[in-house]
Write a protein that binds this ligand. Structure first.
Ligand code: NIG
Ligand code: FE
Length: 416
């Protein structure tokens, strides 16, 4: 298939765009793209590709933007239950961590998720994933973390793998057994940490060997935060996970600067996420590493807070910055990476070009997939979007709607 007459073909060239290189969209005006066997075979000017491949089936983009599919590298999109009442409590003055400490928040979703079967999880979460796809997300990371005991966590992993097999978008699982201290371990967080290290992580590794041996191991993530896991507990969990061969991620500095970002850099984590309260020294440690900094602007927006990930400081330190939705029932129920881009432009002061690169090639790096996803270059998976607009800057500029006209995944039109 040959897609022709893109007003702007955004190739967003790799490697992942570090520091002030962020925002190189590699635009080809009146661009064209050739797909063979689900992969990008060539990109160039429409006139040149039409001349070179006269036999190809043509898809005319009609003077609109063609760009890589969006990659959402941080979500908690799989859950059961409802937290609308908590939203109201927060509007009335309770904080997110107060609600968690009183047994609500993540723990309320844990009660509902523990009670749900794999089938119920699949049914309840399919519409969320389809909304993400319609909004242009072609690859999405989804975390466990609402089971917080081995069997419930494994049910979440199984539901994620079933949805991945069923739906056109690629779903990349992450194990977040360290999302909160579960109620039965409330008075013994070190005990839960030991249980995670000694029982749960080996159980996940064994389950994976049995159920998904052909896939790379999922990442292991930790919520390193006041009221969740301390820096020492986070280190213990991540070091154990690393020893078992798991790639690492961390929730760091969402509310308090505990040092999770520097820990991520030290341990060679794939990403460190949130990074709102991060110190300058930790930003520099992160920037000197291969760990991707993931900004989640839907979260402070969802909590009506004033502080966002300091993108400028991260880029000036030459860090690798990406964007994600953090889609979750507590702080940010948002399936749209377009909305994360719009917020990133306003509150992280990114240009639309920077936000788009952060949501494609750099987001692919944040899940360890930038070799195959995130840009439209020969050899990459043909995951792409045709927008309704002719100028890419409408992404970021406009918000609350959906500018995606067509979604192509692995060379097939999956959404029109
Ligand atoms: O990324 N930070 C922890 N986890 C989520 C919130 C999850 C929830 O409240 O259910 C977050 O903000
Ligand atoms: Fe999160």
């Amino acid at each position: 298939m040959l897609i022709v007459h893109a007003s702007q073909l955004l190739t967003v060239p790799g490697p992942p765009q570090r520091g002030t290189r962020l925002g190189d969209l590699g635009i080809i005006p009146d661009g064209a793209l050739r797909i063979i066997a689900g992969r990008v075979a060539a990109v160039g000017k429409s006139a040149d590709l039409l001349r070179a491949y006269p036999q190809d089936e043509i898809l005319d983009a009609g003077g609109r933007v063609v760009m890589p599919g969006l990659v959402d590298p941080h979500t908690h999109l799989l859950w059961a239950g409802d937290r609308a009442a908590e939203f109201e409590m927060r509007l009335q003055g309770k904080t997110y961590l107060e609600i968690l400490q009183a047994g609500g928040g993540i723990l309320s979703t844990v009660r509902a998720t523990r009670a749900a079967s794999v089938e119920a999880l699949v049914e309840e979460n399919r519409p969320r994933l389809l909304r993400a796809l319609k909004h242009g997300t072609t690859t999405i990371e989804v975390k466990t973390g609402y089971g917080l005991e081995t069997q419930a966590e494994l049910r979440m992993l199984e539901a994620i793998l079933r949805l991945d097999a069923e739906l056109p978008l690629d779903i990349i699982p992450t194990f977040l057994g360290a999302h909160a201290i579960p109620p039965e371990w409330r008075d013994d967080p070190d005990g839960y940490t030991a249980h995670l290290c000694n029982e749960m992580l080996p159980a996940v590794a064994a389950w994976w060997q049995e159920h998904a041996p052909a896939r790379p191991l999922p990442c292991v993530d930790v919520f390193c935060e006041t009221g969740a896991f301390t820096l020492a507990q986070s280190r213990r969990i991540l070091e154990t996970a690393k020893g078992l061969g798991f790639p690492l991620k961390i929730h760091a500095d969402e509310f308090d600067n505990l040092g999770g970002a520097a820990l991520a850099a030290e341990l060679g984590a794939i990403s460190a996420d949130h990074l709102v309260a991060t110190s300058q020294a930790d930003i520099e440690a992160l920037a000197a590493s291969e760990t991707v900094a993931v900004g989640l602007p839907c979260t402070p927006f969802g909590l009506a807070e004033a502080h966002y990930t300091p993108a400028k400081a991260i880029l000036e330190a030459n860090g690798l910055l990406s964007l994600a939705t953090d889609c979750n029932p507590g702080t940010a129920w948002c399936e749209s990476m377009q909305f994360a881009i719009a917020l990133g432009c306003r509150y992280m002061k990114l240009t639309p070009a920077q936000a788009i690169a952060a949501a494609t090639i750099n987001a692919a790096a944040a899940i360890g997939r930038s070799d195959s996803l995130g840009s439209l270059e020969p050899g990459k998976q043909a995951d792409l979007l045709i927008l309704e607009v002719a100028d890419y800057r409408h992404l970021g500029y406009r918000f609350g709607g959906n500018l995606v006209d067509t979604v192509v995944k692995g060379g097939e039109i999956v959404c029109e």
